[in-house]
Design a protein around this ligand. Structure first.
Ligand code: S3P
Length: 439
């Protein structure tokens, strides 16, 4: 995949409160799964609201390499001509997942049962992320997956005669691990079930059901019978709560702000941040709530309110796992101390997000004590300075939010990877009133 060149942002306190209404891009997790399941289905599926991010485009490109025709009638739309569970073709070259852990881990499960060899590769960040969490359960089902040193990508998958279903108690609360096992289980002999130490997002289960698969699931548990076929269906992807989180935190922090974010997926497994911000005093109202096959969708109206530090309940950590970078920014501007524990998973995301945020906050004059699984953040008034995103999209966007409360200009270096999850971030935030420029 062509790597976009790095870029730099300049951000500072805005001249006016944030105002306006936006629709953020489509949900990343759902967009990946929509392409994957539509490709495996019998018939043609229409996807609307597809995230035009580098991560999800990488997934679409991979299925094209696997012989699936995918048309793009308009931005955010895909027509996927499913080839059936047994219709994928051996790819001519390595499959590049770019920056996306979701693509690589879900594809490991999906491709482990296919009758051809393939290799999954990724960029520098993805190449340093742990893959044993998926290769081990898949090996227990009979898969043949080889990795580089210390269980890192690339993953070389060789065909095997037949995967066997199994009962798997996952040691980690990870929707990616659960989904990899379920996608292998769909193609295995017998039944596969997964138990999780804490419930995680259930989009794979919901979407398999939408594609006509008989699957039983409840929070923390899923069971699937192998040998089922998928029937094409149309998918409407809601706005990504993880992308909405940036404007949401910024509007909470900037005095006088009043914004509305429309069409956002508010599944409880994704919105731990809402609860935690409300515990800190935030003023967020859910409006126009409606149910969809992929969970509840709503508009979020956010008005400024002073925030105070709290101890984050550990039970909420998995429900806000992708929102911690921007949550560190919120805590940095809150009154008093915020204590985060039980979040060691943050160390194996697109970057070590505890380290990246702690170092960045310290560089901007905020006192932070890092611990192995969290941090104590002492709220204050950030000063100006230079921040490196470490190539991590959410770190870059989180410092753009924090800079809106800083005393002087913040220069954020290496922001190109924001296109993996939030294309158009700068323009949308400018429209709301952010003082943020690309240079
Ligand atoms: C995702 C699951 C989460 C999340 C990631 C997307 C998914 O990872 O951090 O951004 O789409 O399944 P884990 O399941 O590894 O926690």
């Amino acid at each position: 995949m062509p790597k976009s060149h790095s870029s730099v942002w300049l951000a500072s306190a805005p001249l006016r409160p944030l105002q306006g209404e936006i629709r953020v891009p489509g949900d990343k997790s759902i967009s990946h799964r929509a392409i994957m399941l539509a490709a495996l289905a019998d018939g043609v599926s229409h996807i609307k609201g597809f995230l035009e991010g580098e991560d999800t485009r990488a997934t679409a490109r991979i299925f094209q390499q696997l012989g699936v025709r995918i048309d793009m009638p308009a931005d955010g739309e895909r027509i996927v001509h499913g080839v059936g569970i047994d219709g994928l073709k051996a790819p001519p070259e390595a499959l590049d997942c770019g920056n996306s852990g979701t693509a690589m881990r879900l594809l490991a499960g999906l491709l482990a049962a296919q009758p051809f060899a393939c290799q999954l590769i990724g960029d520098e960040s993805l190449s340093s992320r742990p893959m044993r969490r998926v290769s081990e359960p898949l090996a227990q089902m009979g898969a043949d997956i080889r990795m580089a040193e210390a269980g890192r990508p690339p993953l070389s998958i060789s065909p095997v005669a037949q995967l066997q279903g199994m009962a798997y108690a996952s040691p980690v609360a990870s929707a990616q691990v659960k989904s990899a096992v379920l996608l292998a289980g769909l193609q295995a002999e017998g039944e596969t079930c997964v138990r999780e130490p804490h419930p995680t997002r259930d989009y794979t289960e919901r979407m398999l059901q939408a594609f006509g698969v008989d699957i039983e699931y409840r929070p923390g548990f899923a069971r699937i019978r192998g040998g089922q076929r998928l029937a094409a269906t149309d998918i409407e992807v809601p706005g990504d709560f993880s992308s909405a989180a940036f404007a949401l935190v910024a509007a909470s922090l900037i005095p006088g702000s009043d914004i509305t974010l429309h069409g956002i997926g508010i599944d409880p497994r994704r919105t731990g941040l809402l609860q935690v911000l409300q515990m800190m005093g935030a003023d967020i109202a859910l409006q126009n709530r409606r149910q969809t096959a992929l969970g509840e969708v709503a508009s979020l109206r956010v008005r400024h309110a002073p925030l105070h530090g709290i101890e984050v309940p550990m039970t909420l950590v998995p429900d806000m796992i992708d929102e911690f970078p921007v949550y560190f920014a919120a805590a940095a501007c809150a009154r008093g101390t915020t204590r985060i524990r039980g979040a060691a998973e943050l160390r194996v995301k697109e970057s070590d997000r505890i380290r990246a945020m702690a170092e960045g906050l310290c560089a901007l004059g905020i006192a932070v004590q890092e611990t192995p699984d969290g941090a104590d953040i002492h709220g204050g008034l950030p000063v100006g300075g230079e921040i490196h995103s470490l190539g991590d999209h959410r770190i870059a966007m989180s410092f753009a939010v924090l800079a809106q409360c800083a005393k002087a200009e913040v220069r954020i270096v290496d922001t190109a990877n924001v296109a993996t999850s939030y294309p158009g971030f700068v323009a949308q935030m400018q429209r709301l009133g952010f003082a943020l420029q690309e240079v």
